[in-house]
Design a protein. Structure first.
Length: 249
């Protein structure tokens, strides 16, 4: 797969402006901060300071890659707010859209600005996959790699929630609790993760017990979210009009 170089001049200037607009700041964690995320069911995820510092350092490393990698242009910005009723724009596989192996759009929901480092984490890890992916890879491999990419988003989301004052947002809090419970592959399959395309449905069909276990866990841990909506299928291609027979009008 060819790797196009980042455009010089205006492209670099545009990235600098967008980075400035995103107000990316990595302050030191406050010693008195409460390090936990609560689920609606009253469960909590707690982290020791050492673990949070490791996540923070990883986020810094990935952000440095985002700024300095000459092979990829990351176009950063903020979009409309995400809601509990319409969470789709908040899921990283929808907010991060590669347009080639050298360009990707990253749109952080406007009401989740503290989580921009989570979306940056996901974008860098996703583009590493895009540059090295093989279209012939089996679905199990694609889902396993997306699980690892998504885990980097979860780390960034936990930082946003515990260190940087990010507000609770159940659809993304669910990702953190699902990872801890071992349901992340089933979640991305049930949600129709766009990064694995048709493999989401294939994986769900091949692992029905995992999907069933995830949905049962979700009903208990996040009852207000309800069942995941069925992923929309792409519209069927219209048939081309028949060619007129020779000699016809």
């Amino acid at each position: 797969m060819s790797r196009a170089a980042r455009p010089a001049g205006p492209g670099v200037a545009r990235l600098a402006v967008l980075v400035g607009l995103s107000a990316v700041v990595f302050p030191r964690p406050a010693a008195a901060q409460d390090y936990f995320v609560m689920s609606p069911a009253g469960d909590s995820i707690g982290f020791e300071l050492a673990g949070l510092r490791t996540m923070l350092e990883q986020a810094r490393i990935l952000y440095d890659d985002l700024v300095e990698d000459p092979r990829v242009l990351y176009v950063l910005g903020f979009g409309p707010p995400a809601t509990a009723v319409e969470p789709e724009p908040a899921y990283p596989w929808n907010a991060v859209r590669p347009t080639s192996d050298s360009t990707v759009n990253v749109v952080t929901p406007g009401n989740l600005r503290e989580a921009d480092r989570a979306y940056h984490n996901y974008a860098v890890m996703r583009m590493r996959e895009v540059r090295g992916e093989d279209p012939d890879d089996p679905c199990d491999d694609l889902v396993e790699r997306e699980q690892a990419v998504l885990s980097n988003f979860v780390d960034g989301w936990i930082l946003a929630r515990t260190l940087f004052g990010g507000p609770p947002y159940a659809p993304l809090d669910e990702l953190a609790f699902a990872r801890r419970a071992g349901h992340l592959p089933a979640l991305l399959a049930a949600r129709g993760d766009a990064s694995v395309g048709a493999c989401a449905a294939v994986w769900a069909e091949e692992h029905p017990e995992a999907i069933e276990a995830y949905l049962a866990w979700r009903d208990e841990a996040f009852p207000e979210l309800g069942a995941p909506a069925e992923p929309e299928e792409p519209p069927a291609a219209e048939e081309a009009p028949a060619e007129p027979e020779e000699g016809g009008t």
